[in-house]
Write a protein that binds this ligand. Structure first.
Ligand SMILES: [Zn+2]
Length: 327
């Protein structure tokens, strides 16, 4: 028996006159209305499910964008870590520069204001309008800071390089050895400071050191320089003065003789005369002075090149004795 798959629905409407539900004849209009209402319901349901799907699951393009975002974020983190590392290395260099190189070369450390400088906020205004603006501004600012600090740092090294070269020359020039050899030295009779005057027997400032040594013992230039005085001084007798530059001068007095002439360049260790007792002196000795910027300083601090620590201690001990000077 053939079954009817679709059975036409019979519509009933209530007839108040007969007080009965009566079957309605078939109408295409009603059929169309029915189809229309079903379709609208279907579309609405479809839209609802579509919305749920879109908000719950990602489309392939969204998924790829999200992955790209994650990758960019990871890359940003790597860059950020690298910038932090560079900043750390730079800070180390700056600290070494200020606390070691600049101290060694006797020059002022660079203040933070010079190192960091200042960056104009206007520089980043255009970046603020771009997407991910905050990230872009931060990274650009940080790279700018590092670039600026690196520039200042390299300038600082240039300056220190020049100072180091000058320092090398300075080290050759400043008085740094004893003016007479240790083997020729009898003793250091008197040091720098207030001592008893050998002639007047009163306490007087002694502006140098007296090296007691036999007559004609060689006297050496204690640093490179130019001879600026050769001649007689009422108190000091035959005297040679060397200008070493950098504010330093050395004075060699009571010399027996000297063949030096004014204006002659000398090197450290050159013989510039011989020990005598000319001028106001009581016995053969060399009276030796070191001047820095026109003021006599204790020569004991300028023998650092040729004394062992033990010899240096001995010299300090001898030179601190209060005894009479040989003048
Ligand atoms: Zn003296």
């Amino acid at each position: 028996m053939r079954k009817r798959l679709f059975k036409r629905k019979i519509h009933y409407t209530y007839n108040p006159e007969t007080a009965k539900y009566e079957p309605q004849p078939f109408s295409y209009r009603r059929l169309l209305v029915q189809i229309g209402s079903h379709s609208i319901a279907g579309i609405l349901t479809g839209l609802l499910f579509f919305a749920i799907f879109v908000f719950t699951f990602n489309t392939p393009s969204e998924r790829s964008l999200r992955n790209e975002n994650i990758a960019l974020q990871a890359q940003y983190n790597v860059l950020q870590n690298r910038l932090d590392a560079y900043q750390g290395v730079l800070s180390d260099i700056q600290s070494r520069d200020n606390n070691m190189y600049r101290v060694l070369l006797h020059t002022d450390s660079l203040p933070t204001s010079v190192r960091k400088g200042s960056l104009s906020p206007a520089r980043y205004e255009s970046l603020l309008r771009s997407t991910n603006s905050q990230l872009a501004v931060e990274m650009t600012e940080q790279t700018d800071i590092i670039a600026k600090e690196l520039y200042v740092q390299s300038k600082s090294f240039d300056e220190l390089g020049q100072l180091a070269m000058q320092k090398e020359k300075m080290l050759r020039c400043i008085p740094a050895i004893q003016p007479v050899l240790n083997k020729d030295l009898r003793l250091i009779t008197s040091g720098f400071g207030v001592r008893i005057d050998p002639v007047y027997k009163t306490a007087r400032f002694h502006a140098g050191m007296d090296f007691s040594a036999p007559q004609d013992t060689k006297v050496f230039a204690t640093g490179d320089g130019v001879i600026t005085f050769v001649g007689w001084d009422q108190g000091l007798g035959n005297t040679v003065i060397i200008d070493h530059g950098f504010g330093y001068e050395s004075v060699y007095a009571h010399l027996d003789n000297t063949k030096e002439r004014k204006g002659v360049k000398v090197r450290r260790g050159d013989v510039i005369g011989a020990v005598g007792e000319s001028g106001k002196a009581t016995g053969y000795h060399l009276h030796y002075e070191v001047h820095y910027k026109g003021t006599p300083v204790n020569p004991i601090n300028y023998f650092f090149m040729d004394l062992s620590p033990k010899e240096y201690d001995k010299m300090i001990l001898q030179s601190n004795r209060m005894g009479e000077t040989l003048d």
